[in-house]
Ligand binder design. Structure first.
Ligand SMILES: Nc1ncnc2c1ncn2[C@@H]1O[C@H](COP(=O)(O)OP(=O)(O)OP(=O)(O)O)[C@@H](O)[C@H]1O
Ligand SMILES: [Mg+2]
Length: 423
């Protein structure tokens, strides 16, 4: 699909490569081009004023640790940076085929309310999802992929969209519309937006790490409190109860015996209440999202883009045997594999198999058109799957089907000693 003739009025470039043709973009009309080293993410042609604005934008984005705030800041900074009337950030769902979140600036509350639901990611917004490279359009309405706006949407003409990569994976897209002074977005605007996107990626990554470690320390606290209650508080109460039983024998005054008996009952009740509380703490821990459920969820949701539901086979106690950090990789690889099937294979059937014993094995077999021989291009999807496998000491391979189609085979070893299932 990347070999198709680009529609008129569109200029796309790969954010990771200088330019499709390898030629620099001249914005100053001169023909002396300064080319950045090939490993530079963006080649820069902006002036000092723009660089200062970019720096301000980057600083404002990096200043917070909470993900929701970071995302909001990114959208605001992007809008100001390129002088757009409206800006939005679309966050992709785990299948990377739909928008899970859509954060806007420039629209007031009433306008937002009148537009209604957030966009699903069809039309122009969908272009960036299918093929995450920058897009610039002088007029949104004239593009063949345009679906038009919903009835109460303010008119928007010029458009600039750039993908946001976090750790080598598309996290979402930045959309900017209606350049405020005149003739649409320029090369420089695109460069600025790409640079901001690169900085934003770091801020997002940082915020996510922060949230994750906060979550982990909450879990650790729970565990610690539960242990403390059980080992210290309950044991003490128990011992006190026993001692009081002993005291009971020493007294022959009926009123004292009566009172001691009531205190002992109180202590028993308290112990029962604490045990219930410990149990509740443990349940809260166990009820976290199970990997099995997350896999089911991902597979079910992928039906929307595949047009049919994959057949899923789960073999072995995946919730007990697969540690969290491996689970994250598994879900990412499965999501990418299903998105590849939907985007590239034209398959009518997919079989997803997950097996655990000493290894964790994921297989995604489609009956589609198979890999075209000599596919030299392509994105980061397959490469990332291989890296994820290697990081865990495993391997990934793409195997052609016997008659048609493709099977992705992804295997990683599981830590030994986890297999007892007890804790
Ligand atoms: N299930 C499949 N059937 C047929 N071809 C496939 C399949 N999966 C991948 N491919 C081919 O392999 C190429 C590389 O896939 P890869 O996931 O690395 O990149 P991409 O999907 O094009 O881009 P990205 O994953 O970065 O969004 C694809 O462009 C496509 O040509
Ligand atoms: Mg892919």
């Amino acid at each position: 699909m990347s070999d198709d003739v680009e529609p008129p009025g569109i200029r796309r470039s790969d954010p990771l490569l200088p330019d499709a043709e390898g030629s620099p973009v001249h914005v100053d009309g001169s023909d002396t081009a300064i080319w950045d080293p090939p490993d530079a993410v963006v080649s820069f042609h902006a002036g000092p004023r723009q660089l200062r604005r970019l720096l301000d934008a980057v600083m404002s984005v990096a200043a917070d640790l909470e993900l929701a705030t970071v995302l909001q800041r990114i959208v605001e900074a992007a809008r100001e940076l390129v002088g757009a009337r409206y800006a939005a950030l679309g966050v992709l769902d785990p299948t990377r085929t739909h928008l899970a979140e859509f954060i806007t600036v420039g629209l007031d509350e009433e306008q937002r309310a009148r537009i209604g639901e957030l966009p699903k990611g069809h039309g122009i917004l969908g272009l960036l999802i299918v093929d995450p490279r920058p897009i610039r359009l002088p007029d949104l309405g004239e593009h063949p992929d345009s679906f038009g706006f919903p009835p109460d949407h303010p008119p928007m003409r010029s458009f600039l969209g750039v993908p946001l990569y976090v750790r080598g994976e598309v996290f979402g897209n930045l959309y900017l519309t209606d350049k405020e002074d005149g003739d649409g977005f320029s090369d420089i605007d695109e460069e600025l937006a790409l640079s901001l996107a690169a900085a934003a990626a770091l801020a997002i990554d940082n915020a996510r790490l922060h949230e994750r470690s906060a979550e982990l320390s909450r879990l650790a606290d729970r565990e610690r409190i539960g242990r403390e209650l059980h080992d210290t508080v309950v044991q003490r109460l128990f011992a006190t109860g026993l001692a009081m039983q002993g005291t009971l024998q020493l007294s022959d005054r009926p009123d004292v015996v009566d009172r001691l008996n009531r205190h002992i009952d109180d202590i028993d009740d308290t112990i029962r209440e604490i045990r219930t509380a410990i149990f509740a703490l443990e349940m809260a821990r166990a009820a976290g999202p199970s990997l099995r459920n997350e896999v089911l969820d991902l597979v079910t949701r992928s039906a929307r883009v595949l047009g049919f539901e994959p057949a899923l086979s789960l073999d072995g106690p995946i919730d007990t045997l697969v540690p969290d950090h491996v689970a994250g990789h598994l879900l990412a690889v499965l999501g990418e594999a299903l998105s590849n099937v939907a985007r590239h294979s034209g398959a009518g059937r997919v079989d997803v198999t997950i097996r655990v014993d000493s290894d964790l094995v994921l297989e995604v077999a489609d009956d589609g058109r198979g890999f075209e021989s000599g596919v030299a291009r392509g994105g980061d999807g397959l490469r990332n799957m291989v890296h994820r496998a290697q990081e865990l000491g495993g391997r990934a391979a793409v195997i052609p089907g016997t008659e048609s189609g493709t099977t992705l085979h992804w295997v990683v070893p599981l830590p030994t000693g986890a297999s007892t299932g007890s804790s």
